[in-house]
Design a protein. Structure first.
Length: 202
């Protein structure tokens, strides 16, 4: 294969993959992941504005703050967890793709499926224990040990909700990795990458 063919292969692969439309349920799930990505971004923006307000109150007005520090912490925790599905949709999580590139093409899809299944099991456990933590906080009326006394169930809810949406996005990616993308099109590879070189020949 010439160097020009090698350089044009990813573009041709992307063009082929662009023609593929996943099922409606998976497209809807992608829209939900994007929505929560926007919500997470707004939560980060709110935490920045609250931090600026806290600095102004303390530094300029010389007054003490009550709720600002705690609110920023809770917002950042919520943004991190609720943003998980969107980051997964964008393949933004940190991953090591050395092994897939070392394996033959025929083994990359099974390896991607295996890694996806292992990740799904771990995330499902997080959803289970996160729900238990949220339910306890809700049932017992836990509040933060501060003057603000913020209800902790609101913060704890972000654990099962964020990981639950992350789990659904992983299941969608598993569907793609297993059999969702037709042969000859862009295929999901492990570590959140698409193996655009599947269509390249030696």
């Amino acid at each position: 294969m010439t160097s020009s063919n090698i350089s044009n292969a990813p573009a041709a692969s992307a063009t082929a993959g662009a023609d593929y439309r996943p099922p409606v349920a998976l497209r809807a799930l992608g829209a939900v992941s994007t929505l929560f990505g926007v919500i997470a971004a707004l939560m980060i923006l709110a935490s920045v504005l609250i931090t600026c307000h806290m600095i102004f109150v303390r530094g300029v007005l010389g007054q003490s703050t009550i709720w600002q520090t705690e609110a920023v912490i809770y917002l950042m925790i919520g943004a991190t967890l609720l943003g998980l599905p969107y980051v997964q949709k964008l393949r933004g999580h940190v991953g090591v793709d050395l092994l897939p590139h070392m394996l033959p093409r025929s083994l990359r899809r099974p390896l991607a499926v295996l890694v996806m299944v292992a990740t799904i099991v771990m995330v499902a456990a997080m959803v289970w224990y996160g729900w238990e933590m949220f339910h306890q906080a809700w049932r017992r009326g836990w509040k933060s040990e501060s003057v603000w006394a913020f209800p902790l169930w609101i913060t704890y809810l972000s654990v099962p909700l964020g990981f639950g949406l992350y789990l659904l996005q992983l299941l969608a990616d598993l569907w793609f990795a297993a059999f969702g993308v037709p042969a000859g099109r862009v295929m999901v590879a492990m570590a959140g990458h698409f193996a655009s070189d599947l269509e390249q020949t030696h």
